[in-house]
Write a protein that binds this ligand. Structure first.
Ligand code: GLV
Ligand code: MN
Ligand code: MN
Ligand code: MN
Length: 402
């Protein structure tokens, strides 16, 4: 097998959910493209004689070996995307998992432990706001009643979206029996920054995930006419919002953290009206939990002070929070040494592997991304590097399971 095998399977998934205008992906969980991706995975698993075993949380599972035997080695990632995201974030881990099984079979390997492939649902939280929703549900990290009531931008609940897609939302919830059958979890993922650019390594091994989270910020004021309202008479929440964005940026730079406001909604969103409200989402991350907390607190204080001066209202509340993750050091070192001393690196991106890591020994593999861009159409990896990723994943699975 060779990079051409990667390219062929990759090409079969590439058209699903692609926006012809910018080449970005619109794979919203439980939307039409996501359902097509699920069909694609199901067919690929059946073609390989894997045993399909979807769970009640909308996550897909396929097994080589007896899924009930326990002490399984599971690998996988996700197929949903951020709006206009890149092709590789998520799908690379799923395609690589299928190909790693092909490669192990070609090598004549026989698993002592069952090998599973999983596709987690709503990893990006792009539709319902909570990242890693499928793995959080599986591990009991989110209450299923709260999950069912989450709404998308059109006001549709998760329960409604699942029902429309033919899934039963009543089945959502922690699945300790399934979790208990997993002995190790591996996620292969595209590297989402510049950590491997300019190195001679196509593949790195994860050490940690930065603590991070999402905060919903509500700025409220008074709607009024853009032409007739004197500047002195305004209570404009857009100004408080703009100040908060700059304050978040300043605090992040001061503390060596990352802060992003990538989503904003103005009400009524009219050119000639002062808005009555602005809702915006802060994505904040830092290498250290206390720094993250300090940054969010500083933003909260500064935005509240500014709101008082502007005569506007300001409220902020967490929507999802992910503590620091340290991947299993034994697993990490074993895989890195099997790969001949691959570099070990942390990441500021969240992953289902991060959720699994507090329940199961977990490791991650990262494939070099020469653009250093992710969550955007320019995200890229060469076929040769992707094939190096498949080989590394097969080596790791062979080391652990065969
Ligand atoms: C998911 O990819 C995230 O880190 O936001
Ligand atoms: Mn992502
Ligand atoms: Mn991802
Ligand atoms: Mn992610």
């Amino acid at each position: 097998m060779s990079p051409e095998h990667f390219a062929a399977l990759w090409r079969s998934l590439l058209p699903i959910g692609r926006d012809g205008r910018d080449g970005g992906y619109l794979r919203r969980s439980w939307g039409p493209a996501d359902l097509e991706c699920r069909e694609w995975f199901t067919e690929e698993a059946l073609d390989r004689d894997l045993t399909l075993d979807p769970d009640g949380n909308g996550n897909l599972w396929a097994w080589w070996g007896d899924p009930t035997a326990g002490d399984a080695v599971v690998t996988g990632s996700h197929l949903d995307s951020v709006p206009h995201g890149g092709a590789y974030d998520g799908p690379l881990g799923v395609v690589s998992a299928l190909l790693a099984i092909d490669l192990l079979r070609e090598r004549g390997a026989t698993p002592r432990r069952p090998i599973g492939i999983t596709v987690f649902t709503e990893e990006e939280g792009a539709r319902f706001g909570v990242a890693c929703l499928g793995s959080r549900l599986l591990t009991g990290a989110i209450d299923p009643a709260r999950a069912r009531a989450l709404t998308d931008r059109d006001g549709l609940t998760l329960a409604d979206a699942m029902t429309k897609a033919g899934y039963d939302p009543a089945d959502l919830g922690a699945d300790p029996a399934r979790l208990g059958r997993i002995g190790a979890f591996l996620e292969l993922h595209i590297e989402q920054g510049r950590a491997l650019v300019g190195t001679d390594a196509a593949v790195g091994v994860g050490s940690a995930i930065w603590p991070h989270g999402r905060w919903r910020m509500e700025f409220t004021g008074e709607a009024n006419h853009a032409g007739t309202t004197r500047m002195a008479d305004r209570r404009d929440p857009m100004l408080t919002f703009a100040y908060a964005v700059l304050a978040a940026d300043e605090e992040a730079r001061r503390l060596g953290a990352h802060a992003t406001v990538g989503r904003v909604e103005a009400t009524p969103n009219a050119t000639n009206a002062i808005p009555s409200a602005v809702t915006a989402w802060l994505d904040a991350r830092a290498g250290d939990a206390s720094v993250l907390q300090e940054m969010v607190e500083a933003l909260r204080r500064r935005a509240a002070e500014r709101a008082a001066a502007d005569g506007t209202g300001f409220a902020v509340r967490p929507e999802s929070e992910s503590p620091v993750v340290e991947f299993d050091s034994g697993l990490r070192d074993r895989i890195a040494s099997r790969l001949g001393g691959a570099p070990i690196l942390p990441t500021g991106a969240g992953h289902d592997a991060g959720v699994l890591a507090s329940h199961v020994p977990t490791a991650m593999l990262f494939v070099r991304n020469p653009t250093g861009v992710s969550h955007a159409p320019a995200e890229y990896a060469t076929d040769v590097d992707c094939w190096a990723g498949v080989t590394a994943l097969a080596d790791a699975l062979e080391e652990l399971a065969c």
